[in-house]
Write a protein that binds this ligand. Structure first.
Ligand code: NAP
Length: 338
């Protein structure tokens, strides 16, 4: 199956792999970027031709460009959403563009006659606000926005997915809606402009982390996330469903072990000692990025991908490949000096 698909946030890490897979499978892709000045850099990296890959300028926070970008599209992968390595000064810097952006994309998609709309949501919309402990979440779970560990990005993803589902129920007409909810996405980087999720591998390799805090995350490969998006765009009979995209839950110390065991001297700056929780909490007093995640210390927040595997035939590669391909690509591109 192939047609014309709009991919929002065409400059992003996940979107890059998704666009490449869609082009390889014969789709015509309308990629939105905030500024068309990105096209010259992106086009050679993404492939396609002037006919099969077209760029449109559209921002999540404004109407300009969306109608033109949607024209002729049968499918939408709404990937764009604010995602930053630093902590915002105010949570609305993330929440407002995330929520308004998906509602805007939905409205223009419906008006253009799109039949299937896939939102890139997140495990952040599933697994937070449930207190401390060892968890294995499923698609039935929703983040509790009143929880103490719910920081700005988590709120933005939860509010955006909720808002999208509410809008589709009342205003969507016949347009089908599906969400893909990835855990932390690793894998090779395809440009110098990569996702904040890569930061943990970059910081381990570069020696920026003096030790490993007792923090962890489910890990999934960017190539597998792209593949799940394509399945969510095309599989029949899945309107309204959510699909978690996650491999195993690893602590940062486990990621460090994979790097140490496989990269030889290139991993010489990777720390092996664990950072005590009291030290992480002390650093958090002065560092707003660390402060966001201290509620995570000790948690095991796993999420099951059984639904995507059984319903969509989705498979994932070994987590070691995702970590090592990520590390090697950062070294090859000179992003980290090892
Ligand atoms: P990314 O590389 O930072 O991509 C984010 C994309 O959103 C970029 O293309 C960015 O455009 C675009 N964007 C942000 N604000 C925008 C705005 N106001 N208007 C238009 N575009 C805007 O990160 P990513 O990992 O690929 O993330 C893609 C999606 O996956 C996001 O929805 C994210 O929440 C979700 N996700 C990511 C992970 C992960 O671990 N990476 C896990 C779960 C879910 P610019 O290039 O112009 O900034």
């Amino acid at each position: 199956m192939a047609g014309t698909v709009l991919v929002s946030g065409g400059s992003g890490y996940i979107a890059g792999f998704l666009i490449r897979q869609l082009l390889a499978e014969g789709w015509t892709v309308h990629a939105t970027v905030r500024s068309l000045s990105r096209e010259a850099q992106l086009r050679p990296l993404l492939g396609g031709t002037a006919e099969t890959l077209r760029f449109f300028a559209a921002d999540l926070t404004a109407d300009a460009g969306w109608a033109e970008a949607m024209a002729g599209c049968s499918h939408v992968a709404h990937v764009a959403s604010p995602f930053r390595a630093d902590a915002p000064r105010h949570e609305d810097e993330l929440i407002i563009p995330a929520r308004e952006g998906v509602l805007r994309a939905l409205r223009y998609a419906r008006d253009a006659g799109v039949t299937r709309f896939v939102q890139t949501s997140s495990v952040a919309a599933i697994a937070y606000g449930h207190g401390k402990g060892v968890f294995e979440f499923t698609e039935r779970d929703w983040t509790n926005l009143d929880g103490a560990d719910v920081y700005a990005y988590v709120k933005s993803k939860t509010i955006a997915e909720r808002a999208a589902r509410d809008w589709v129920a009342s205003e969507g007409g016949g347009m089908e809606f599906v969400s893909v909810n990835p855990a932390a996405v690793l894998g090779p980087v395809w440009s110098g402009d990569f996702s904040p999720s890569i930061e943990v591998v970059r910081q381990l390799l570069s020696g920026a982390l003096p030790g490993c805090p007792d923090l962890g995350f489910g890990i999934v490969d960017v190539r597998d996330v792209a593949d799940l998006h394509v399945r969510a765009l095309t599989a029949p009979g899945i309107a309204g469903e959510r699909f978690i995209a996650s491999g195993p839950f690893l602590k940062i110390a486990d990621v460090a072990k994979v790097l140490k065991a496989n990269l030889g001297p290139q991993a010489r700056k990777v720390p092996t000692r664990k950072l005590p929780d009291w030290l992480v909490r002390t650093v958090a007093l002065f560092n707003p990025v660390i402060r966001q995640v201290t509620g995570e210390l000790g948690n095991v927040r796993g999420a099951s991908s059984d639904h995507a595997r059984s319903r969509l035939g989705w498979t994932i590669r070994p987590v070691e490949d995702s970590i090592l391909d990520c590390a090697r690509s950062l070294i090859e591109r000179g992003v980290v000096k090892v």
